[in-house]
Design a protein around this ligand. Sequence first.
Ligand SMILES: [Zn+2]
Length: 117
Amino acid sequence: MREGPDVVWFRNKYSLPPNDPRLLALTDTEIALERELQLWMEDAPLRRCATCDVFTYREICPFCSDSELKAGPTGDPAIDDLLAKKDSGEKVSLADYFVRNEDGSYSGRAFDIENEE
Ligand SMILES: [Zn+2]
């Protein structure tokens, strides 16, 4: 039988019994992704775990479940990181956070999240 907080959440959301074939057909990753998507749709801030460096919309890290995550002041990990460094007196370069586009405007630099599971 499938267990864990994500499975319980999923079963409650869709009113599924524990042996429902639709539930059993999903991997744990697919269920976790569904939960993240739901939180994103509820406008939860994106948080970054300081222990394992994973990004999540949850309040508690799914990989270090004892790590309670606090959303930064802006809810954007890149900007929050920039502000924290600036507040600590560290010299920061905007080039680490923004890229200049061909038309001269600037865009936020995307975080490299390829290493996330
Ligand atoms: Zn973590």
